[in-house]
Ligand binder design. Structure first.
Ligand code: SAH
Length: 213
């Protein structure tokens, strides 16, 4: 997601900073995230964008806590704003790079991790940047608890097939693998911005669930 510089962001941020969005000291609650959310189980979304999915999930599942990780402050701001405006106590945003997840979460702290429409990085020499590259899967395996899962959606078939190979190579158990999610939608799921945009263009959406090795 490319963005122009948003001049208003510096003025708007203080209203949500350190309450709904963290920009620094992202390790401040390492090992204590669940205390922040009255013991609710923790779900992460990596690359939340403007947050249609994570805010929708937070409303739909008040018994769970949702943390969005997003590198770009210009988009990470939106779900934080919505959490404040709608009084969502089960949603926070971390503005940072998922490559640092182990610095922010203790092993086993997270129950479910969502990857939605992650950047495909189509060039082979950029494969290591894909969020389903094996080095990322190792990080996810560390912070997920036993039995924890990744739920992954994308319209990019090449990224999907690459990801299946990576998951298998790293010993993850795959289930609910589909190349056309919308033919049989999953209950309790929420459409993302990209999902709405690309499925409207006619692209089928792929989805899988991967259980931690
Ligand atoms: N999930 C949203 C947005 C998808 S675009 C949707 O489905 O609509 C991918 C998003 O991932 C972008 O906003 C990008 O800034 C973010 N992103 C890419 N690499 C990341 C990383 N390493 N850590 C955190 N966020 C990342």
């Amino acid at each position: 997601m490319r963005l122009r510089k948003k001049p208003w962001i510096d003025d708007a941020l203080p209203e949500v900073r350190d309450q709904y969005i963290y920009l620094d000291r992202l390790d401040r609650f390492k090992g204590h995230w669940r205390d922040q959310f009255q013991g609710r189980e923790l779900c992460l979304e990596i690359g939340s964008g403007k947050g249609a999915f994570i805010t929708g999930m937070a409303v739909l599942h008040p018994e769970k806590a949702f943390i969005g990780v997003e590198t770009q402050i210009g988009v990470a701001y939106y779900p934080a704003r919505k959490a404040k405006d709608e009084g969502l106590t089960n949603l926070r945003m971390l503005c940072g790079d998922a490559a640092c997840l182990e610095d922010w979460f203790e092993p086993g702290e997270v129950r479910t991790l969502y990857l939605n429409f992650s950047d495909p990085w189509p060039k082979k020499r950029h494969a290591k940047r894909r969020l389903t590259y094996r080095d990322f899967l190792k990080r996810y395996a560390l912070i997920l608890k036993e039995g924890g899962e990744i739920r992954f959606k994308t319209d990019n078939k090449d990224l999907f097939d690459f990801s299946i190979e990576e998951f298998k190579a790293m010993g993850w158990e795959l289930s609910h693998v589909t190349y056309d999610l919308h033919a049989a939608p999953v209950a309790g799921d929420v459409e993302t911005e990209y999902e709405e945009k690309f499925s409207r263009k006619g692209n089928p959406v792929c989805r899988l669930v991967a259980r931690r090795p």
